[in-house]
Design a protein around this ligand. Structure first.
Ligand code: FE
Ligand code: CA
Length: 509
C-alpha cells in the first residue's frame, strides 16, 4: 500500500512538485541524507480537513541534524495515489524551534474519502501517506483501532504492522507513546540513554520510537487521534506533581520539554501547540451521525494523588482524602467542556477516549480495600460526575475506551459502582499494550474475583483493540500478538465483544 521511501535529488524531483507561484524560498536546501527518516502521519480528521505531519530529521537520533534556519516544506494531497488529481496543497515554513516539524492543515477536502499525501523539501520527496476524511453521514460501518503503551525495549511493534494491513477509518492512541524510563528484563532493543529531561533528549526519544517501520506504517495508513498519558513525561505524574522530581517548578520545566516534543512528533493541530508547560489536547471529533469521539486529557489537570503523600501512587489502602469532593481528574474547565459536549453530541455511539481503566478495580487487603491511586479509583467523585453527565444527557450508547493497564479489560460501568447489581449505563473496553510488560496472572485473577462488573481481564498478551460500529452493533475485537519478542509475530483475535444499540453492557460475541 505504502510505496517504498524515495529520496530524489535535484532534477529527479517530481515535476508535479514544481514550486507554485509566489512560493517564498527559505534557506538553500541541501540535505546530507534523507530528511524524511521519521515517516509521515495524518490526524484529527474532519469532514473537510485533516492535519498532515512530518519532520525534517536527516540525523534523527542526534538532535535531527538540521541547521538553524527555516526550511519551506511543500505538501500535496491528492485523490489518487499517483498524485494526478491534486485536492489541496500548500507550503509550511519549518523552524528549528519546532524541530523542523510540519503540522499542515489541508482544507477543502470532501467527506469520507481516501486521500494520499506527501511532502517535499528542496530535492527530497517524502514517502506517501494515505488518509481519510470524516464522513458527513453514516451509510456504512465505521472501523477504528485503539492502542497504547509501547515500551520500545520490552518488545517489537509488530502489532502496528498487523494494524496497518487492516481496513480502518481511524486509529486512536491513548498514551504512553514513548517511555521515559527502562524497566523489566528480556529487552529486545535498547533506549541507549537514560531518562530524558531536556527538549533535545525528548526529541531523540521520539525519533528512536518513530524510527520503527511498523509504527511508521500505521501512521502512513490511517489518520490518528492521540492523547498522552504519563510516560510521555514521567511515570505516574499528576499535574505538576511527580514522585521522582518533587519540586513542582523543576518538574514543570521537564513537562514543558516533554509536551513540546510530543507536539513536534504527532499529527496534532496548531491549536495543540504548547505554551510553556501547558497544552490543550482534549477535543471532540464527529464521524457523521454514527459516532462522537471525546478525547480526554486526564494527566495535565488532575489533583495530586490521594493517600500516598508524595510517594508513588500505586496499590495502597484507602484513606479519607480519596473521596474528597473537590478532587478532579480532568480539571474544572475540561469537566465543564465534557459535560457541554455530551449534551450536544448526536452520534449513535459516543466514544469517551481516555487514558486508563475507568471501572472500579478494588482489591481487598488485610487493612480494608486497596486502590490503584493513579487511576480513576483515586478520583472516585470525578468519575461519578462523569458518569452523572452521561446519564443526565441520556447519551445513547456511551463506550469508554482506555489503555495504561497493559491488560485487556471489558467492563459494565454502573452508575453507582458500589452496587454491582445496579443498571449498566456505559460499556468499557481497555486495550492491552502494544509492547509494554503486563501485570501478573495473580493480579488479573484478583481483579476479576473482586470486581463483578469486570466482564473480562487478561494481562499476558500484547496487542490492541479493533472496533466496528454500525447502526445496530458495536463489535470490539481484542487482537493479540503471539509473541511480542518476535518482530514478525502474527496477531490473532483473542475474543470478541458486542454492544447492542440501546443496550449497554459487554456481551461475548
Ligand atoms: Fe503504559
Ligand atoms: Ca500509563
Amino acid at each position: 500500500m505504502i510505496p517504498r521511501r524515495r529520496f530524489l535529488m535535484g532534477s529527479l524531483a517530481s515535476a508535479a512538485f514544481a514550486a507554485p507561484a509566489g512560493f517564498v524560498r527559505g534557506a538553500p536546501v541541501a540535505f546530507s541524507a534523507d530528511p524524511f527518516t521519521l515517516g509521515v502521519a495524518s490526524g484529527c480528521p474532519r469532514q473537510d480537513r485533516i492535519i498532515l505531519w512530518t519532520r525534517l530529521a536527516p540525523q534523527p537520533l542526534d538532535g535531527g541534524g538540521m541547521w538553524d534556519a527555516p526550511v519551506d516544506v511543500e505538501w500535496q494531497v491528492a485523490e489518487d495515489e499517483a498524485f494526478s488529481r491534486i485536492a489541496s496543497r500548500g507550503v509550511v515554513r519549518t523552524t528549528a524551534g519546532l524541530a523542523h516539524s510540519v503540522h499542515a492543515e489541508a482544507t477543502g477536502l470532501r467527506p469520507d474519502r481516501l486521500y494520499w499525501y506527501r511532502f517535499r523539501a528542496g530535492p527530497a520527496l517524502s514517502p506517501v501517506g494515505r488518509t481519510r476524511t470524516a464522513p458527513a453521514e453514516s451509510a456504512r460501518p465505521f472501523r477504528f483501532a485503539f492502542a497504547s503503551c509501547q515500551q520500545y525495549e520490552q518488545g517489537y511493534f509488530a502489532a502496528y504492522r498487523d494494524m496497518a494491513a487492516r481496513d480502518l477509518d481511524l486509529v486512536v492512541h491513548l498514551g504512553d507513546y514513548i517511555y521515559e524510563k527502562s524497566w523489566g528484563s528480556h529487552h529486545v532493543r535498547q533506549h541507549g540513554v537514560g531518562i530524558p529531561t531536556t527538549l533535545e533528549e525528548f526529541r531523540n526519544r521520539y525519533a528512536l520510537y518513530k524510527s520503527d517501520h511498523d509504527l511508521q506504517a500505521a501512521h502512513a495508513a490511517f489518520p490518528w487521534l492521540s492523547v498522552w498519558d504519563d510516560h510521555e513525561v514521567m511515570d505516574d505524574y499528576a499535574n505538576d506533581r511527580s514522585y521522582t522530581v518533587r519540586d513542582p517548578a523543576q518538574f514543570l520545566k521537564i513537562r514543558a520539554a516533554a509536551y513540546q516534543a510530543y507536539y513536534e512528533h504527532m499529527p496534532l493541530p496548531p491549536s495543540a501547540r504548547p505554551r510553556g508547560a501547558d497544552a490543550t489536547i482534549y477535543e471532540h471529533y464527529r464521524f457523521g451521525d454514527m459516532l462522537d469521539v471525546l478525547l480526554l486529557d486526564d494527566r495535565q489537570y488532575r489533583s495530586a494523588s490521594a493517600c500516598v503523600g508524595s510517594g508513588r501512587p500505586t496499590w495502597v489502602s484507602d484513606c479519607a482524602g480519596r473521596t474528597d469532593e473537590t478532587r478532579t481528574m480532568l480539571g474544572e474547565k475540561q469537566e465543564q467542556w465534557l459535560d457541554a459536549r455530551l449534551r450536544e453530541s448526536r452520534g449513535r455511539w459516543t466514544i469517551v477516549a481516555q487514558q486508563t481503566l475507568m471501572a472500579q478495580d478494588k482489591r481487598d487487603g488485610d487493612d480494608g480495600p486497596h486502590f490503584w491511586m493513579d487511576g480513576w479509583d483515586g478520583y472516585p467523585n470525578a468519575r461519578r460526575r462523569l458518569l452523572d453527565s452521561l446519564v443526565a444527557h441520556r447519551r445513547r450508547n456511551p463506550i469508554v475506551i482506555g489503555g495504561d493497564r497493559h491488560a485487556f479489560f471489558a467492563a459494565d460501568l454502573k452508575h453507582d459502582l458500589a452496587r454491582p447489581d445496579g443498571p449498566t449505563i456505559a460499556t468499557e473496553f481497555v486495550g492491552t499494550s502494544i509492547s509494554s510488560d503486563g501485570p501478573s496472572e495473580s493480579s488479573v485473577r484478583k481483579a476479576l474475583a473482586e470486581n463483578p462488573h469486570l466482564a473480562y481481564a487478561r494481562g499476558d498478551r500484547r496487542g490492541y483493540a479493533t472496533v466496528e460500529l454500525d447502526a445496530r452493533h458495536c463489535t470490539v475485537g481484542f487482537e493479540a500478538l503471539d509473541d511480542v519478542k518476535d518482530a514478525r509475530s502474527t496477531v490473532r483475535r483473542l475474543t470478541t465483544f458486542v454492544v447492542e444499540d440501546g443496550a449497554p453492557g459487554a456481551k461475548t460475541a
